[in-house]
Design a protein around this ligand. Structure first.
Ligand SMILES: Cc1cc2nc3c(=O)[nH]c(=O)nc-3n(C[C@H](O)[C@H](O)[C@H](O)COP(=O)(O)OP(=O)(O)OC[C@H]3O[C@@H](n4cnc5c(N)ncnc54)[C@H](O)[C@@H]3O)c2cc1C
Length: 367
């Protein structure tokens, strides 16, 4: 019986990219439970310039391009906003997933409409058994591989997103809405594409109610939405990175919780994981070490940033007032550790000095 070097479960971006990079030099099979990759779509498609350019190495990502972004408006709970500049792109995930899947198909054996199950650690694809020296779980937040091989599971945020007609303040700026009343524990967003936008909410619970509330009552959003919902997507976002490597089983992408802690975006962090996986294969512990060396600091920083989302609305409003006109020189949206800490921390501390209550709350969250 044929024995593959690796069986990759799931053909989302993590699985397809891993299959493409590994399949160039190894004997790889990839299995996807749906008829095609990129279905159903659960993504706003926002990625940084750095991420876009890195995907370019592997596929013609420009075919998936929907909009160029020049910055973001950060909204306080009451609807005031501050502006930050930064280059990013909006891409159509259905297209990106297809492009990556085509690349994977060039070098790996592909099984579609084939849900992988495990019986006593043996992979069963429909009516056939597949033998492989290793298994890679790229099967998303509800990973079968993680469950069957005893990996710890992250908790999940729910994300609900509606495509609607939208009068953006600026078509090339994304909008982020903070405050407990708009998303509970995370934030809400609008990603403009022409005269529409993907308006979404990420939250621990009640995401659908928060989205309805945002659309109907937010002082700015509610006035700029025209007509009903064109498309609705519901998905989940892992809340933290978990252990993702055993001797001959590894996880990648959402199954491992590889998303930016402060946005839930996974496309850049999973791309770096696929590269590290291919460089280190079949040494999965080496893959884990290399990945954490590259991004461990970003996760640490990211979890700290996310803790600030739990400030109550009054303190959050104050924080927005204080941060007005503050710029974060050189900080990249995918790499929060690029914040020049001593210099920026000093400037922020100086602004916070007049608000000891807020300063104390922030310190309590960060330390
Ligand atoms: C509403 C929402 C908005 C988002 N917006 C952004 C954004 O703007 N930018 C960004 O970077 N990230 C965003 N994300 C996160 C991003 O979508 C994920 O991080 C990314 O899809 C993870 O890719 P993946 O390949 O790990 O998993 P998935 O994309 O979930 O792919 C997993 C694949 O495995 C298949 N599968 C599952 N089980 C099996 C099985 N047993 N056998 C065979 N196949 C199986 C599934 O069918 C699926 O195709 C968003 C997420 C949500 C929910």
């Amino acid at each position: 019986m044929h024995v593959y070097d690796a069986l990759i479960v799931g053909a989302g971006p993590a699985g397809s990219l891993a299959a493409y990079l590994l399949g160039k030099n190894r004997d790889v099979a990839i299995s996807e439970e749906h008829q095609t990759a990129g279905f159903p779509v659960q993504c706003a498609g926002l990625i940084s310039d750095m991420c876009f350019n890195r995907y370019r190495r592997y596929c013609k990502i420009e075919k998936a391009l929907e909009n160029r972004i020049e910055g973001a408006f950060f909204f306080s709970p009451s609807g005031n906003y501050i502006e930050a500049k930064g280059e990013a792109y909006v891409i159509e995930r259905k297209i990106l997933d297809k492009l990556l899947f085509e690349k994977a198909s060039e070098v790996a054996d592909v099984f579609v409409k084939t849900k992988v199950k495990f019986e006593e650690s043996k992979a069963v694809l429909g009516c056939r058994e597949i033998r492989s020296k290793s298994v890679i779980g790229a099967d998303g937040v509800n990973s079968t591989v993680a469950r069957c091989f005893g990996f710890e599971r992250p908790k999940l945020f729910t994300a609900v997103q509606a495509e609607v007609r939208f009068d953006a303040i600026d078509e090339n700026f994304v909008e982020l809405y903070f405050g407990k009343k708009w998303s509970g524990s995370f934030f809400a967003y609008a990603i403009p594409i022409g005269d529409t936008a993907r308006v979404g909410v990420i939250s621990r619970e009640g995401a659908m109610e928060y989205l309805k509330n945002l659309i109907e009552r937010h002082p700015s959003v509610s006035k700029r939405i025209r007509g009903g919902v064109i498309e609705l997507n519901v998905g989940a976002i892992p809340d933290r990175l978990v252990d993702f490597a055993k001797d001959n089983v590894a996880l990648i992408g959402d199954s491992a919780g590889m998303v930016k802690p402060y946005t839930g975006g996974g496309l850049y962090y999973l791309l770096l994981a696929a590269e590290k996986l291919a460089e280190n294969f079949p040494d999965f512990k080496g893959y884990k070490r290399a990945y954490l060396k590259e991004l461990g600091r970003e996760y640490e920083f990211g979890y700290k940033i996310r803790r600030l989302y739990s400030l109550d609305d009054r303190k959050m409003e104050k924080l927005f007032e204080i941060m007005k006109g503050f710029d974060f020189p050189g900080v990249h949206m995918d790499r929060p550790s690029t914040l020049q800490l001593p210099k920026s921390a000093f400037k922020i501390a100086f602004r916070l000095i007049k608000n000891p209550e807020l300063a104390f709350s922030i310190l309590k969250l960060l330390i």
